[in-house]
Design a protein around this ligand. Sequence first.
Ligand code: NAD
Ligand code: ZN
Ligand code: ZN
Length: 380
Amino acid sequence: MKALLYRGARRVELATVEQPAITDPADAIVQISTTNICGSDLHMYEGRTDVADRTILGHENMGVVTEVGSGVMHRRVGDRVSVPFNIACGTCRNCEAGWTSYCLRTNPTEGMDGAAYGYASMGPYAGGQAEYLRVPYADFNLLALPPGTGHEADFAMLSDVFPTGYHATELAQVGPGDRVAVFGAGPVGLMAAHSAYLRGASRVYVVDKEPDRLRLAAEIDAVPIDLSQGDPVEQIMDATGGAGADKGVEAVGYQAHDATGQEHPALALDNLVRVVRSAGAIGVVGVYLPQEPGGVDEAARQGRIGWDYGTFFAKGLRMGSGQAPVKRYNRQLRDMIVAGRSRPGWIVSHELPLAAGPDAYERFDRREDGWTKVLLHPAA
Ligand code: NAD
Ligand code: ZN
Ligand code: ZN
């Protein structure tokens, strides 16, 4: 089958590889109809991780079941499914508590809980930027979708960015009437802004400096805050009559940069600590592994950054963080889409065949104007 392989920093290659087979009775094989490129893939693409050469990339997958293991009871050949990026067993202590992103059983890497497809340090699993994908614990992990091809781009958001954005608002405890500041207008930040409104926020402010992304924020009635036009915290303070935000979301990660393009790993976090009012809360879903391209050292792996914990403490803020447990939200969000109350596919900018993948990685990584979310269709 055809697949996109990681071949070193800034090298993604379309190659022919062996098709995956069932290796455990709980497995299923899914023929991929849509697989997305994610901001998280860029950490690997830029050579900032120790992902192995020839790894098949892709953790945002959906498609149709073509084969099931003898132990699979509820998923059938022909089912249209969304595949959460987390690979979870369903029965360990964390999975039972709803934390499928920290499954204790699926990642054999020492000191790492939680697994994903095609991702450095997240276990030995092939990704889905390919024609077929092996899904472990298929009964537990696969979410059924309505048959057919309707809402494909909307449902494609269910494997990661929509539940992740929603999780950020859950971590920040966004409730009715809240003013919410979202840092980062990438796919995750835009989904967090959309989720904040689903949860009843009165006003959402979205900070970035990419004009195309700020336009997408404005399309859902969020207030775009352009950080290249001045301190984003002051802009939000002005817009709220000095009150600031009640809740905040960090959807940038360690690659936060200032208006001049200089990287400052703690910049978005520090701005959130400034802009969220005392006794408020912040949800952090941006990834922190501050590594220079080409190097993975132990200090970097720990993600040590200097941030303003003193002000965070003085204001009595709360914070939640980490990988999103997709399964906790994806059924509800699917049903919002089916009912016509949510159209997360509004952020999709490109739908391309798999062969366009290497070029798409390059353009998406350069944040070329208009490249917000890329969907690849392996059967096209
Ligand atoms: P992205 O890179 O497309 O978006 C990040 C955005 O932040 C960009 O538009 C960038 O211009 C903007 N930005 C940079 N510096 C900024 C600053 N100082 N202030 C405000 N905005 C700034 O990535 P994405 O796909 O939207 O993902 C966002 C983050 O979430 C990444 O770190 C990604 O790895 C992470 N992520 C986490 C999870 C999870 O489960 N926790 C899941 C998916 C992605
Ligand atoms: Zn992703
Ligand atoms: Zn588990």
